[in-house]
Write a protein that binds this ligand. Structure first.
Ligand SMILES: [Zn+2]
Ligand SMILES: [Zn+2]
Length: 173
């Protein structure tokens, strides 16, 4: 996906977190280790693990909200978990912002990055850009970065699965 015009690729981490199975939240952190500054310990206390789950649910709550007022309320709940201390970096060759202090604990880096990333997209492009997958049996959330805001599925897999199902249903009818 192209986030060039979306202000922040951090929204990608937010969507991943909202869709993750969080039986073991530490696994989510280790599989997304690139998002944390080098050397950040990724072990979580059980209290922190619960916070990761709570953050995931808050992102989902923002994505499924049906009115701007509800989005604002839930987004602000998520932003209350953030401890922004932004800095510019080109560690990957491209100049961009990181939102959390490099020496912040993993949980703080996570909540700050996802809250700021999600907020940027909502504020710049509208809350309608967030949605829930229309495929049967899938409740993944997504951010719609298509030019005409026409996205309905979380992934190409769900999109083609639904196309096939619709085709079969038409044939039967
Ligand atoms: Zn970076
Ligand atoms: Zn889906």
């Amino acid at each position: 996906m192209d986030y060039d015009t979306y202000g922040s690729s951090a929204v990608e981490l937010a969507i991943d977190l909202a869709n993750a199975e969080l039986e073991a939240p530490e696994t989510f952190l280790t599989s997304h280790a690139d998002w944390f500054s080098p050397g950040t310990p990724l072990e979580l206390t059980s209290r922190d693990a619960a916070k990761v789950r709570e953050t995931s649910q808050l992102i989902r709550a923002v994505a499924v909200a049906g009115t701007q007022a509800a989005v604002i309320e839930r987004l602000n709940e998520l932003l209350a978990l953030a401890r922004p201390r932004p800095y510019a970096t080109d560690h990957d060759g491209e100049l961009h912002l990181h939102y959390a202090a490099a020496d912040a604990p993993a949980l703080e880096q996570l909540t700050t990055t996802v809250a700021m990333g999600l907020s940027q997209v909502v504020v710049q492009h509208g809350w309608q850009r967030l949605g829930v997958c229309s495929a049967e049996g899938c409740d993944n959330v997504y951010v719609d970065t298509s030019r005409n805001a026409s996205r309905r599925y979380c992934s190409n897999t769900c999109a083609s699965r639904s196309t096939v199902a619709a085709y079969r249903a038409r044939r039967k009818a």
